[in-house]
Structures are given as structure tokens and as C-alpha cells.
Design a protein around this ligand. Structure first.
Ligand code: PHE
Length: 459
């Protein structure tokens, strides 16, 4: 039976780029850049995207399309049932990631509403806002319900349709805002910090962060691309799709920096603002732009953030749903609402971990650390910073040594007849075998030692 899927290549690219472009690009990327030395981080990040992530993205999409299955069933369908553990780890990661991602997405939507009501002091109220459990809980339920509704409508009628509307809007908003930011007085100073690297800033930690971020940002390592790949038509060109998805993701992250740094620096604020850059500093920045301009820019910004998050939450939810639909023969709507409700409940500790509950706020103290880490950061450290690179490492091992380059190339050649003799093919084959497994494996180990045990080997 022909599997239902995306109605066109553009639809697939929109949905997959929607998955990739998310809070990672607009919220996290600029603050990682700010914390890790500006342009130096950007360069390491871009290098990882090109050298490791792009080949892995092609591999994930090809596995999905060949197998026509969810990430667990895919390995079974290819004839390597034991490797389905990789898919299971992917599903576990996505459940954990969505549980806290949805909380932050709820904040974004909440900020959109607050700014719409003219409350520019919401930035100063951030610590109080995140503790208002009824409020943030409701926003987060609303966000999960919207996500579930889209996923329940299926691939072409739900996910693809939403992405085809949301992505162009998102792109337009970011272009307008980045263009506006370039006219602000601090723009050239801000751009300098962002574009001219100080290589002395590149430490081991910058490298792990850059790799972790590249992975998260391109939605790799949890089977999102295997799942979406399983809905791609056999005649579609995987390489050009993966190029488009990577460029859109990297391009939008880059523009998010061009948009944010001038806004923040033009008002004399510090660009090294950490996680608070968006939620604490920006509303005040909007407030100072004057009542009308501030309102317009502020509303557009938080709308942008909410839309970016929505196309990502949709892709994360689709992974366990596709598993239940394929493997447990569950009806889609039932699987969707069940998983969404379960993940929301699993996210409650994250919801409480920003000051409301002392237990979850000071959840765990890593070895060698002086301060405790909150639950939400802990889950993010485990799932996005550790499981994703680990899974990426395993997927690379699988493709390089079990499934083999020949099978990968054969699948990629569907829709791209001359692929096998191209330069890209040589590069992909080399990266998947000689770069991805080793670099990912090493960085995974070093990162775990660094994050959880305080052992920085290349500090
Ligand atoms: N790529 C998304 C972001 O940048 C997050 C994500 C990770 C989505 C993994 C799907 C899978 O925000």
C-alpha cells in the first residue's frame, strides 16, 4: 500500500525546515553566540552544520524513505531489527525534549499576548511570570493542543498545510525585523561582535555547545528526519531538499542574530545576556522604541517565535505518533491526543522548575558544580545535549558499517540519477564513514564528562 505523505517536494521542504527552524534558532542561537564569544561560535557551528549535520540529514531522510516507516520500524524494515534501539532512544529523546520545549513555547505565546496588551514591563516580571503556574500552565496546554490539532489532521492535510502557511509568514517577519534592526544606531557595533571572530574564545566547551546546538537546530538524532523522510515521494531529490532545509535553518538562525544584537546593543544592553536575552531584555527594548513601533515590532517578534516553535513541536509530536500508528496500528487522532496529553503531564516538573517548586528548581547538583541545576535544564542536558549526539553517532555507525554507503547511495539516487558520481556523493561517503561517527562519539563523551562531571579536558 502506498504510504500517505507530503503532496509535493516544496511541502516536504517547508515542513522539514519548519521542524529545524525553531526556538533553537531564534531564542537559543543568539544567546549561545552571546555567551560563547560571538563570531567564533558562529564559525564552529557553521562548520559542524556543513561537515557533519548535512550528511547525517541526508542519511536520516534516506533511511526513512527507503523503509517507509517510523524510526523504530525503519530499522526492522531495512532488516536490522537490533538497531531499532536507536529509534527507541530517539523516541525517548523526543518525548523528553517536547516536554520542556512546549513549556518554553508556552512562554513565547504568553509574551505575545502580554505585548499585545501593551505590557512592556513583562521582561522585568519574567521571574514572576514563569512562577505563575496557572498562567504559564494554560499557555502551555494551549500550545500543546494546537500542536496536537495540526498533527491529528495528518501529513498533507495538517503538517504540510500548516508549514506552507507558517513558514512564509515567519520568513517575512524575520526579514522585516532584521532589516529594521540594521537601521538602528548600534547596528555596526553589534554586527562586528557577531561577524568578526576572536579565535581565542574557542574552548572545548564552545565546541561541544556548537555541535550540540547544530544537532538540535537541524532536528537530527531523534528520528524527526527519518519520520518526515518516510513521507517523501520516491521521485524527490533528497540532496537538494536537504540543502534547502540546512540553508533555511542556518540562514534563519543567522538572521535572528542580525535582528537581535542591534536591538539589544543599540540600547546599551549587554549582548552576553544568556537565556534572559529574549525574555528579560527584549520587551524593555521594544517598550523604548515608542508606543506604536514597539508594539508592532514586539508583536511581530513573539509571533515569529511562536510560529517557529509550533512547526517544531509538530514535528516532534509526529515521531511517537508515527510509531504508534505504524507499529501499534492505532488510529492517528487517538495516538495524537494520547501522546500529547502524556507529554504535557511529563512536562509539569519543567513547568514548576523555574522558581515555583524549590525541589524542581534546585533539582540536582552535578559533580564538580557548586550550584544545583533545575529540572528543565537537566532534561535538556540529558536529552538534547547528550542523547541527540549519541543517537547521531549510532545512526552514522549504522549507515557507515551496517547499512553501507552503497545502499544509502542507491536510495539517494532515486530522484537524482547521476548522484553517485558527484562531488557531493564523495564528500557524503567520506563524512559518514570517517568524520561523523568519530567526531560525534568523541564529542559525546567529552560533553558528558564536562556537563555532568565537571571534567573539562580541553578547557
Ligand atoms: N530544531 C528545533 C529547533 O531548533 C528543535 C527540534 C529538535 C525539533 C529536534 C525537532 C527535533 O528549535
Amino acid at each position: 500500500m502506498e504510504r500517505s505523505g507530503f503532496s509535493s517536494k516544496v511541502g516536504f521542504i517547508a515542513a522539514a525546515a519548519g521542524s529545524a527552524v525553531g526556538l533553537g534558532n531564534i531564542w537559543k542561537f543568539p544567546f549561545e553566540v552571546g555567551e560563547s564569544g560571538g563570531a567564533a561560535f558562529v564559525i564552529v557551528y557553521l562548520a559542524f552544520c556543513l561537515i557533519l549535520c548535512f550528511p547525517l540529514m541526508v542519511a536520516e531522510i534516506a533511511i526513512g524513505r527507503k523503509a517507509q516507516r517510523n524510526p523504530v520500524g525503519a530499522f526492522v524494515a531495512l532488516g536490522y531489527g537490533k538497531w531499532s534501539i536507536v529509534g527507541k532512544l530517539g523516541i525517548l529523546s523526543c518525548v523528553l525534549i517536547l516536554s520542556f520545549y512546549n513549556v518554553v513555547a508556552g512562554w513565547c505565546f504568553g509574551y505575545f499576548v502580554e505585548i499585545l496588551l501593551g505590557n512592556f514591563s513583562i521582561g522585568e516580571q519574567f521571574p514572576v511570570f514563569v512562577k505563575d503556574i496557572i498562567k504559564v500552565g494554560s499557555y502551555s496546554i494551549l500550545f500543546m493542543a494546537t500542536t496536537a490539532y495540526i498533527v491529528s489532521r495528518g501529513i498533507s492535510g495538517g503538517i504540510e498545510k500548516a508549514a506552507k502557511i507558517l513558514m512564509p509568514v515567519l520568513f517575512t517577519i524575520i526579514l522585516v525585523l532584521a532589516g529594521y534592526a540594521m537601521t538602528l544606531p548600534g547596528a555596526s557595533k553589534a554586527t562586528q561582535f557577531y561577524l568578526f571572530p576572536d579565535f581565542s574564545k574557542i574552548t572545548g566547551e564552545v565546541v561541544y555547545n556548537a555541535l550540540g546546538h547544530a544537532f538540535f537546530s537541524l532536528s537530527l538524532g531523534m528520528g524527526a528526519m527519518i519520520t518526515y523522510g518516510s513521507y517523501v515521494g520516491k521521485k524527490d531529490n533528497i540532496i537538494s531538499s536537504a540543502v534547502a532545509i540546512t540553508l533555511l535553518d542556518v540562514g534563519i538562525a543567522f538572521m535572528a542574530g542580525l535582528m537581535l544584537f542591534p536591538m539589544v546593543i543599540s540600547q546599551g544592553l549587554d549582548a552576553h545576556g544568556g537565556a534572559g536575552l529574549v525574555f528579560m531584555s527584549l520587551p524593555g527594548v521594544f517598550g523604548n522604541m515608542g508606543p506604536v513601533m514597539g508594539l508592532v515590532v514586539g508583536i511581530l517578534f513573539f509571533l515569529l517565535l511562536s510560529f517557529a516553535a509550533l512547526t517544531s513541536t509538530v514535528s516532534i509530536l509526529e515521531i511517537p505518533v508515527s510509531y504508534l500508528v505504524d507499529e501499534k496500528e492505532m488510529k492517528r487522532p487517538r495516538a495524537v491526543w494520547l501522546v500529547a496529553a502524556g507529554i504535557f503531564v511529563l512536562g509539569i516538573p519543567s513547568l514548576l522548575s523555574n522558581g515555583y517548586s524549590g525541589f524542581f528548581t534546585k533539582f540536582i547538583t552535578y559533580f564538580g558544580a557548586s550550584d544545583p541545576t533545575d529540572f528543565m535544564t537537566f532534561i535538556s542536558d540529558v536529552a538534547s545535549n547528550s542523547f541527540l549526539p549519541l543517537n547521531g553517532f549510532l545512526i552514522a555507525l549504522f549507515v557507515a558499517f551496517v547499512w553501507k554507503k552503497e545502499n544509502l547511495f542507491e536510495e539517494v539516487s532515486n530522484g537524482n540519477k547521476r548522484f553517485a558520481n558527484t562531488l557531493i556523493a564523495n564528500f557524503l561517503g567520506f563524512s559518514i564513514k570517517y568524520l561523523c561517527p568519530w567526531i560525534l562519539g568523541i564529542v559525546f563523551v567529552l560533553n558528558v564528562l564536562d556537563t555532568f562531571f565537571g571534567l573539562t579536558l580541553f578547557g
